[in-house]
Design a protein around this ligand. Structure first.
Ligand code: BGC
Length: 848
């Protein structure tokens, strides 16, 4: 039976139930028609499958799988082929685990290094982001498993992520935030896209016809299904009408009723429901055809699937990845070693000799940080710390922990032993490897960082360690940049990011020269938080965030404003060096639809084989509109033997030259000169050439230009509104409390709500198997606090119903009697969870 016939055979009730999941991870099957239920799960750097039959959102009962490097590290490889390989390996594990869809990749732009979830995203640059995302998707999809590209769109902060309205001007939206998704959709062709929790320009992402129907489907040709982020659905009738097909997870009793009544009143067209059913069903049937695997692959847990310290008891049951443990561990190690970025190497102190006296200091060398917290948490099949990796290679060393990871306070005894060891090794002319980084509690899904520095108990030691042992080499682990005002104390610094389960071996390979570092930074490392472009406009306490910096994100801001950074975008060292020469263009002028071929010669002028990431940036010196000083338009990763040269050719065309013209509502190419810059990083571009575009557009600047001598936070709301092009959407009114209110806001009003909030966090913490003080516990606390009331029912699997939520709202609104009556069932106190409470006259605000 083809799926058209199947839809014709489905009853209305079956269709309505089909557009909502079954439990947390399954789609709804219809056995009567032979329609199976399929499994969708996280992602993105490993498979997070629960042991058989579990339908909840637990951290317990997760089966082991390969934990690959997270996206921030993978992006630093600038190597889409590597992303494809990782995607394919993930797809293979999914097939063995009978998982039909992996929830990833995340291609949200890194607007600020503070975003707690940056480790799960690639970069601050849309071209690199979409290239890596597309390759990852293509790899997963090549195995028959689907990818769900997330979080669409402009979901660049964790604080208030469920309720925040992001206000972004048309050029920044198109040229930066949507561009990152555009390439990933057009080239990667994911089976699904996940709608984000937040709103963009006043409209919730999962009920947004502009984003879902116009941009995603009509403009980019997306043919798959759109799924809500977990618990993002609000008004399902509006969602379906806007092109949001599947609600996940299941749990909200009101959804079906809302769809039914909207169909009955004519508010929702039956064809919209059929379209959603059709899109989901196409994928379900494809998955059922392709994802079947031999049952033998699921038999038994292999002895080699060692469970890492701290996760004992989490891994249980058969692992789906049995046949892949060794090869995928090796792949994870290769990806990590190809991607880590060498930031400093004074007097070529690296690579180290394997025989000299060696001290390893820092708890992170023993207890590695190799992934981030939240929905992407993987139980790895193996875990190799740097200490394990040194032991395995027979490299002699002595170790001291120096600091604790669960507290910022120094532990004098640990420090003293570390300094004593440093002195001994220093006196013997040996080397000290200092493991530093962000402790797990510093960054996670669900909350943002508040500062950029390392914990004081790590930084306080630098001076004394360096004085005790001048040959000091540091490696840093973390998901996003830190300030490095201590870096003069170290002779070498390796940015290892979150390197996955084989990160220890990858660090060892680089430090001792078995691998030649070949990664470059996919994000700028600022000197200070105050220098970052979103500073002052990156708010986790407001319900509306204005993206005043517009297109000036990351290096676009630093290069245009001339503000120095600590390490620029695209920067990274190697144990060899490369020279750039002989730039040429095949023509000096093109029309607006034409292309130009750029070529240059790259030579490995060092003494060992290496891989260089050559970067091409464009600038538009006579543009009528504001443009960043440079924007990345192409990159190539090229491997060369010592002494080898290669002529590199790259074609540039309308895609690289375009700007978003808000008047025309399309991308256009502007007339005028275009400068081409080529080199090893955004801050070092030795080659330059020029060509002209004739017969292109003459754009008009909307609103004032950003004052590059000042800071974006200095722009007034009025000026921003002029750039935005219309009145700014209003911030949400917080009172009276209703379905869109958060528990944390309501807890400020009522001691009883505060108490109930604490109880709900405790219940959820226990149910999910996390412990106090862990990052995942903090995430749960924030998630419960910041979830709008109307979404609790689905995220709690139906355990928390509208009556109790209405009771909480009434308490916070100081309607105690109504609350009581509502709770005991005497009056319908709970507002319709899909009906927003009307703001009172007193709190209604005017648009700017
Ligand atoms: C996250 C998604 C994830 C989903 C399912 C959400 O909270 O934002 O990235 O895929 O949960 O775990």
């Amino acid at each position: 039976m083809n799926h058209g016939d199947l839809i014709a055979k489905m009853s209305l009730e079956e269709k309505i139930s089909f557009v909502t999941g079954d439990g947390f991870w399954y789609t709804r099957g219809i056995p009567r028609l032979g329609i199976p239920s399929i499994y969708l799960t996280d992602g993105p750097h490993g498979l997070r499958k629960l042991a058989d039959g579990r339908k909840s959102a637990d951290f317990v009962g997760v089966l082991p799988a390969t934990c690959f490097p997270t996206a921030s590290l993978l992006a630093s490889s600038f190597d889409p082929e590597l992303a494809f390989e990782m995607g394919r390996a993930l797809g293979e594990e999914c097939r063995l685990g009978e998982v039909a869809m992996l929830l990833g990749p995340g291609v949200n732009i890194k607007r600020s290094p503070l975003c707690g979830r940056n480790f799960e995203y690639f970069t601050e640059d849309p071209l690199l982001s979409s290239a890596m995302g597309a390759a990852w998707i293509a790899g997963v999809e090549s195995t028959g498993v689907g990818a769900s590209l997330k979080h669409f769109a402009v979901n660049s902060q964790e604080g208030r992520r469920m309720t925040v309205d992001v206000v972004v001007d048309p050029r920044a939206l198109r040229e930066i935030y949507l561009a990152s998704f555009e390439g990933a959709v057009r080239e990667g062709r994911p089976s699904s896209v996940m709608g984000a929790y937040n709103s963009v320009n006043g409209v919730h992402c999962c009920e947004n016809p502009f984003l879902l129907d116009q941009v995603l489907r009509a403009e980019w040709g997306f043919e798959g299904f759109v799924v809500t982020d977990w618990g993002a659905a609000e008004d399902r009738a509006r969602g379906l009408a806007s092109g949001c097909d599947l609600e996940m997870p299941q749990g909200r009793r009101g959804s079906a009723g809302r769809i039914r009544s909207a169909l009955a009143s004519g508010e929702l067209d039956a064809a919209a429901l059929d379209r959603a059913v059709d899109r989901i069903l196409s994928f379900v049937l494809r998955a059922a055809r392709t994802a079947k695997v031999p049952a033998v692959a699921l038999a038994g847990s292999p002895a080699s699937a060692a469970v890492p310290a701290g996760t004992e008891g989490l891994a249980e049951g058969p692992t789906p990845t049995a046949t892949f443990i060794a090869p995928h561990h090796e792949l994870a190690r290769r990806i990590a070693a190809e991607s880590m970025v060498l930031l400093k190497n004074e007097d070529d102190i690296l690579p180290l000799s394997k025989s000299g006296p060696l001290a390893v200091i820092g708890e992170l060398a023993r207890t590695p940080r190799y992934q981030g917290a939240g929905s992407s948490t993987i139980v790895p099949t193996r875990l190799e710390s740097l200490l394990d990796a040194l032991g395995e290679a027979g490299i002699p060393f002595e170790f001291e922990a120096a600091y604790a990871l669960d507290d910022e306070l120094p532990v004098p005894a640990l420090e003293e032993s570390a300094l004593a060891l440093a002195r001994r090794v220093g006196l013997a002319g040996g080397t000290l490897i200092y493991a530093i980084g962000l402790p797990p509690i510093f960054e996670s899904e669900g909350f943002d960082r508040e500062r950029l520095d390392l914990p004081a108990n790590q930084t306080a030691l630098f001076e004394a360690l360096a004085a005790a042992c001048p040959r000091i080499v540091a490696f840093w682990s973390g998901g996003a940049p830190v300030t490095t005002d201590w870096s003069h104390h170290v002779r070498a610094l390796l940015a290892a990011y979150l390197g996955g389960q084989a990160s220890g071996a990858a660090v060892r390979d680089i430090l001792f020269g078995d691998a030649n570092p070949a990664g470059k930074l996919a994000e700028s490392w600022p000197l200070r938080l105050e220098d970052t472009p979103a500073y002052g406009n990156y708010s986790c306490s407001e319900d509306r965030v204005l993206y005043k910096e517009g297109i000036f994100i990351g290096y676009r801001w630093y290069a245009s404003s001339g503000r120095p950074v600590r390490f620029p975008f695209g920067y990274g060292l190697s144990y060899t060096s490369f020279s750039y020469a002989d730039i040429a263009l095949d023509r000096s002028g093109i029309d607006a639809r034409g292309t130009v071929e750029l070529s240059f010669t790259l030579t490995n002028v060092g003494e060992r084989r290496g891989r260089e990431i050559a970067q091409v940036y464009l600038s538009f010196p006579d543009s009528e509109i504001e443009r960043p000083a440079i924007s990345l338009s192409a990159f190539r990763k090229i491997g060369l033997e010592a002494g080898e040269s290669r002529r590199v050719a790259i074609r540039l065309g309308p895609r690289e030259l375009r700007y978003w013209d808000a008047d025309q509502g399309s991308f256009l190419v502007e007339s005028g000169p275009v400068l081409v810059h080529v080199g090893p990083s955004s801050a070092e571009l030795p080659l330059e050439a020029i060509f002209h575009v004739e017969g292109g557009a003459s754009p008009v600047q909307h609103g004032p230009r950003l004052d590059l001598g000042s800071h974006p936070s200095a722009m007034s709301d009025l000026e921003f509104a002029q750039r935005y092009g219309s009145a700014l959407p209003l911030p949400r009114d917080r009172s009276p409390f209703g379905p869109r209110s958060t528990l944390a806001d309501m807890a400020e009003e009522s001691a009883l709500v505060r108490l109930l909030y604490r109880i709900m966090v405790a219940v959820q913490t226990k149910a999910s198997g996390t412990k106090r003080g862990e990052a995942n516990h903090l995430m749960i606390e924030r998630m419960v606090g910041e979830m709008p009331l109307g979404r609790f029912e689905s995220m709690s699997g139906g355990a928390v119903g509208p009556r109790f939520l209405g009771f909480l709202a009434d308490l916070a609104n100081h309607r105690r009697l109504r609350a009581l009556l509502g709770l005991i069932g005497g009056a319908a106190s709970s507002p319709d969870p899909f009906q927003e409470a009307k703001p009172s006259r007193r709190t209604r605000r005017r648009p700017i």
